[in-house]
Design a protein around this ligand. Structure first.
Ligand code: SF4
Length: 435
């Protein structure tokens, strides 16, 4: 991304204010912070616009696999997530061999699904692999996969066999995996003909850069780089070199998403974890058990959370366990971790409760209270907005950490207000005693 000064050099510098800013420099600063679009200045010349758009393109191109339920890869602009944030989470794909029962295999893959902190996690793509060396059998396997899998596909095959499957699947925009130095021209021609993204693979990163350049020369823009890393050391080294060259040096042959093919077993999970942490956009695994998926998905969730924005849930009323007109009314902040912890402890009690979530901009209880975003007035407004006070005559329960707001809240609500627990884990006992 260009700096404000680089943007400024290409603006007309007349300070005419037609963009709504007092000066061209002020407008350039907004552009550099991605808070304005170049089209907001009606006087910028086409040549300047072209130059700005070229230099404003992200150092890593965004590549999409699939249509509808697609995977977006790359588009990253920074090396470290605290600088801005990472944009497109790494995708995990599982292999489906064309020698197996495709329907059964994909049925098993679909079962690998679980919920964590309010988000459902499952497999993002399947990679149909040609083990049969038979074009018809591979095409049939791809056809079967498409009937029961509406998410992105990867076609793992050699050039002399893949085309029959591409005719069937190209409307779904699969990733073609993969071109190497022996087949780059023919694979790139197929990728261009069927408008599909293409993976290029080599362990020598100079050769890898040449392959990406060659694919581009042959008209393929959507390219994914496989560094053929076979261990953790190679994975971190190659990924880091590729991404640093793309982001810091603007080296365009490396300005593409990175992927890995890691096999199965615990070392493969470690490789997938390394790829997740260090710039990978796609990992193909041969197999993944539930207990292996949990740490991997959790790691991805952490890496791709914006560190500058707290994870939040919406303000609103959350009935738990079918509450009645006499059930107690709990409330807490909209910081996700607080919400899910309190909710889990209420559910553990097996007692019906109305849970009111108050918008505190994602801050936790004490932080929000200290920042003046979780006051008795805020709570009263939220309770009145959701109308819960007319749905239940039960007591309003204050989080123990902010017991000091109880008198004020009692005045505002004209209602029985009791002080709850300091620790969420004590909620079940508190509810039993409240009966
Ligand atoms: Fe400068 Fe263009 Fe804004 Fe006028 S409209 S102040 S020329 S950036």
């Amino acid at each position: 991304m260009p700096t404000a000064i680089e943007f400024f050099k290409l603006l007309p510098k007349t300070n005419c204010k037609d963009c709504g800013q007092p000066t061209c420099l002020a407008f350039a600063m907004l552009l550099a912070n991605q808070k304005a679009k170049i089209d907001d200045c009606p006087h910028v010349s086409q040549s300047s616009k072209d130059a700005l758009e070229a230099s404003a393109a992200p150092p890593v191109r965004t590549v999409t696999i699939g249509t509808g339920k697609e995977i977006r890869m790359g588009g990253e602009t920074v090396l470290y997530r605290h600088e801005r944030r990472f944009i497109n989470p790494i995708a995990y794909a599982l292999t489906v061999s064309d020698t197996c029962n495709v329907t059964e295999r994909i049925g098993e893959i679909k079962k690998l699904s679980f919920e964590r902190v309010g988000t459902v996690y499952d497999i993002d793509a399947v990679s149909v692999r040609c083990d049969s060396r038979d074009p018809k059998r591979f095409a049939d396997a791809v056809d079967s996969a498409m009937k029961i899998w509406d998410r992105p596909l990867i076609l793992e095959c050699v050039p002399e066999i893949i085309e029959e499957a591409l005719i069937i699947a190209s409307s779904r925009r699969p990733l073609i995996y993969c071109a190497d130095k022996d087949n780059i021209d023919i694979m790139a021609a197929l990728a261009k003909k069927y408008s599909c993204p293409l993976a290029v693979r080599d362990a020598d990163i100079e050769v890898l850069a040449d392959l990406a350049e060659r694919a581009k020369e042959l008209g393929v823009n959507d390219i994914v780089l496989d560094t053929a890393a076979s261990n953790l050391k190679e994975c971190i080294e190659r990924h880091t070199v590729v991404r640093r060259c793309a982001v810091k040096k603007k080296f365009r042959p490396f300005g593409h998403p990175i992927m890995d093919r890691v096999g199965s077993g615990e070392y493969a999970i470690a490789m997938a974890a390394m790829s997740t942490m260090k710039y990978g956009s796609l990992v193909i695994l041969d197999d993944l058990k539930n207990y292996e998926a949990l740490p991997l998905f959790t790691l991805r969730q952490n890496i791709y959370t914006d560190p500058q924005v707290p994870i939040q849930v919406k303000q609103g009323l959350y009935p738990i366990g079918g509450p009645s007109e006499h059930s107690p009314i709990f409330f807490t902040t909209n910081f996700s971790l607080t919400y899910f912890t309190v909710r889990a402890d209420i559910e553990r009690s097996k007692m019906p409760v109305w849970l009111q979530i108050v918008d505190t901009e994602g801050l936790s209880v004490l932080t929000a209270y200290s920042a003046g975003k979780f006051t008795a007035e805020h709570v009263a407004d939220a309770l009145n907005e959701s109308n819960v006070l007319s749905m239940s005559d039960g007591p309003v329960v204050i989080p123990g950490l902010v017991a000091r707001m109880s008198a004020k809240l009692r005045d505002l609500l004209n209602r029985n207000v009791v002080v709850g627990t300091t620790e969420s884990r004590d909620i079940p006992k508190f509810l039993r005693d409240l009966k």
